[in-house]
Write a protein that binds this ligand. Structure first.
Ligand code: FES
Ligand code: FES
Length: 151
């Protein structure tokens, strides 16, 4: 089936099969590999995107469900060639190690800061509780979100 949606502000079309996930459509059909596939069952958050402004795991959304809707991926967070403050803060604080979880954390943290510009540690932990990282021990990620909030 053919779907049409707006991805990172651009109208896109793709031919997908009925059971295909939005994650697969983004990565394999639209050449947007930023969203990562680490579990494909809603456990890790590495595939996080915004669907009509709501944070979702794109591995759990059918591509067909996104037809006619608006998606923002980690690639769409930069503005006019400048990284999003969360992206800069992750780099500056060393919150990126292997980096596999990072796109999901960045999208989830950007979503949090849009709703709560100066979150507490507990608010950050809760907002990022759907995102798993195997490398960082999470403290650097917390530091990154606080740094991004300051900027
Ligand atoms: S790949 Fe979607 S939650 Fe892990
Ligand atoms: S930086 Fe490696 S999984 Fe998070």
């Amino acid at each position: 089936m053919r779907i049409e949606l707006v991805v990172n502000g651009e109208r896109r079309e793709a031919d997908v099969w009925a059971g295909e996930s939005l994650l697969t459509a983004l990565r394999d059909r639209m050449q947007l590999p930023g969203s990562k596939n680490a579990c494909e069952q809603g456990e890790c958050g590495s595939c996080s995107v915004l669907l009509d402004g709501t944070l979702v795991c794109s591995c759990l959304v059918l591509a067909a469900q996104a037809d006619g809707h608006e998606v923002v991926t980690v690639e769409g967070l930069e503005e006019n060639g400048r990284l999003h403050p969360v992206q800069e803060a992750f780099a500056d604080t060393g919150a990126v190690q292997c980096g596999f979880c990072t796109p999901g954390f960045v999208v989830a943290a950007a979503d949090l800061l849009r709703r709560h510009p100066d979150p507490t540690d507990d608010e950050i932990r809760e907002a990022l509780s759907g995102n798993l990282c195997r490398c960082t021990g999470y403290q650097k990620i917390l530091d990154a979100v606080h740094l991004a909030a300051q900027s």
